[in-house]
Design a protein around this ligand. Sequence first.
Ligand code: RB5
Length: 149
Amino acid sequence: MKIVIASDHGGITIRQEIISLLKEMNLEYVDLGCDCTASVDYPDYAFPAAQKVVSGEADRGILVCGTGIGMSIAANKVKGIRCALAHDTFSAKATREHNNTNMLALGERVVGPGLARDIVKIWLETPFESGGRHETRVNKIKEIEKQYA
Ligand code: RB5
């Protein structure tokens, strides 16, 4: 599994923590920054990361900003992206099982590094419950997306 990861200035520390986790898990990753000291705009990082997921260059994407909210809103504007904002392990697991999310957003001002690692690990390791009601629901989301192509 190949991961794309990006953050704005508000998410650098948690992004680095997650990169350490990806290395420990022997997962391939591409890091899109930011390597910024000044304030940057989260859509400038969310969209390139989302593009790598929908193009197939990456299998999953992880985004970090101060709250995770801006990143998740921006990523979910990209057709084919299902980005979950998750700050607990229950939601991280459920959003893989139920929503087949392909991106995860986290807020560095919301969670500490230990919880962020647990959230990411469970989100990466949990499979989608395909072939049943959850797949029917995700397919309905895909049908809605077609109206906005
Ligand atoms: C940056 O100050 C902050 O707005 C950003 O990191 C994020 O929280 C936006 O949703």
